[in-house]
Write a protein that binds this ligand. Structure first.
Ligand SMILES: [Zn+2]
Length: 143
């Protein structure tokens, strides 16, 4: 269920580059666009702080925008389950408050996330959920 102690290594995190305890993790994101899919993957040695950021960003995007497509409908549950599994592995890593190396980061430092921009996700989300709302509304109140 959790990463074995041997799986935790002190080496540079693939994202923040700090020399902190890391585990080899892989987070996936799927955005279904009916006939196309937009995917992103972050894999490698990740620290607890960066893995938490990738888990929340990728999993939330996949849960909200992942379902819309024939392939995506089947890929999305697997990606979400996989991300939860990877996140559980990351919880074996020491908390950032216990790791002094994080003090080297500026207080307002944010984990840079690869993949589709937040703006893209927001616009796409508004379009998709707006279309669903309109469909449901016109179905219920149609003439
Ligand atoms: Zn990191």
């Amino acid at each position: 269920m959790y990463a074995s102690p041997e799986a935790i290594a002190v080496q540079p995190c693939a994202v923040c580059k700090l020399q902190v305890p890391t585990a080899v993790l892989r987070f996936r994101q799927n955005i279904g666009m009916v006939v196309m899919r937009k995917t992103a993957t972050m894999s490698g040695h990740l620290c607890r702080r960066c893995s938490r950021a990738y888990f929340s960003n990728f999993t939330l995007s996949t849960l909200l925008l992942g379902w819309w497509g024939y392939i995506s409908l089947f890929v999305t549950p697997f990606d979400v389950i996989s991300n939860v599994w990877q996140f559980m592995k990351s919880q074996k890593l020491p908390d950032p408050s216990e790791t002094s190396a994080y003090a080297m980061l500026p207080p307002d430092h944010r984990v840079p996330i690869i993949g589709p921009s937040t703006k893209f996700k927001l616009v796409y989300g508004v379009v998709v959920y707006g279309a669903i709302f309109l469909f449901v509304y016109t179905t219920l109140h149609g003439s």
